[in-house]
Design a protein around this ligand. Structure first.
Ligand code: ZN
Length: 316
């Protein structure tokens, strides 16, 4: 009896015999569900692909795969799988749900909140990264609050952590040049300064596809040669919590709260855990003062190369 079943299956599904010992679609899907619940999406995906190798139109496998991809943030791949479900189960329950999900995923994003009245804007800036652990944590915090910041980065770290640079740009923050290394630019030749800028700018553009528009010299050090050479607005700050020296979140938060006012540029470093931990409180303080955090370029508008900015004075 068993033998007969094998022969029938083999004749119906010739591919199955080559594909392996288990033609059981349900077993692959069950294994995929268990892997998904266990937090092993890669294992789930390979089980689902095994099921779809057996039957490319297997509804359940497409449905589970769509959600695994969706939960992994692979939006366009998930939409493609939901489209398969909608096609296979056209007019059915799964098909309708899949179509609804596609509509939701492809809807235009909600408009950004309007800027605060007048020029009650502030730029939060983070230097010396990206850091492999702290920068992603900071990005999570900023994303949860819908806040945009500016990252002045160092060339070798950009080269080492390009995926973090890409995430910074993808999430709407401003990518910006600190320098290649952290040497004082004022002690270099113009060619040396140009090389520091070009190499860092190129590394950032290669990592994320966005060319930086602003720079901040290490230690804030600049002179006429630096200003004439960097080819970008020079961004300094008016609020400095000395977060590199005093590794205390409460101190950092208090100093920023005391100094921050409309048009402020706040200097921080996303390489110190105490600074990243202070960020939610800093965002609360900004909101309480009616200040909306924006990127440096949004704060300064179309500024000339070589112009120096410590704060943008409100015009009204
Ligand atoms: Zn620095």
């Amino acid at each position: 009896m068993r033998m007969l079943l094998m022969i029938v299956l083999a004749s119906l599904l010739p591919a199955v015999v080559d594909a392996g010992p288990s033609p059981d679609l349900g077993a692959h899907c069950m294994a995929a569900l268990l892997a998904k619940q266990a937090g092993r999406p890669d294992a789930a995906v390979s089980e689902l692909h095994a099921a779809l190798d057996i039957d490319p139109n297997y509804l359940e496998a497409h449905w589970i795969l769509a959600w695994v991809l969706h939960d992994r943030g692979q939006k366009s791949a998930a939409i493609a799988e939901f489209a398969q479900v909608a096609r296979i189960d056209d007019g059915g329950t799964y098909g309708r749900d899949a179509q609804k999900t596609i509509d939701r995923l492809t809807a235009p994003p909600p408009p950004p909140p309007p800027p605060a009245a007048g020029r009650a804007l502030v730029a939060l800036t983070f230097d010396d990264g990206p850091d492999p652990n702290l920068t992603p944590k900071l990005l999570d915090l900023l994303r949860a609050r819908g806040v945009k910041a500016t990252f002045f980065m160092l060339g070798p770290l950009v080269k080492r952590y390009p995926a973090i640079v890409k995430r910074i740009a993808d999430e709407g923050h401003e990518v910006a040049v600190h320098a290649w290394d952290h040497r004082l630019l004022t002690g270099m030749s113009a060619a040396g300064v140009r090389s520091q800028m070009d190499r860092t700018r190129d590394a950032i553009a290669a990592a994320c596809g966005v060319t930086p528009r602003v720079m901040r010299p290490p230690y804030g050090g600049h002179n006429a040669m630096v200003r004439n050479t960097v080819g970008m607005p020079v961004i300094l700050w008016d609020v400095d919590p000395n977060d590199w020296r005093d590794r205390n979140s409460g101190t950092v938060r208090r100093r920023i709260a005391n100094g921050m006012r409309p048009g402020s540029i706040v200097l921080m470093h996303d390489i110190h855990a105490t600074t990243v931990a202070a960020v939610p409180g800093i965002l609360d303080d900004a909101a309480a003062k009616g200040l909306t955090p924006v990127t440096v370029s949004d704060l300064i508008g179309g500024a000339k190369a070589g112009s120096v900015w410590t704060r943008v004075k409100p015009r009204d």
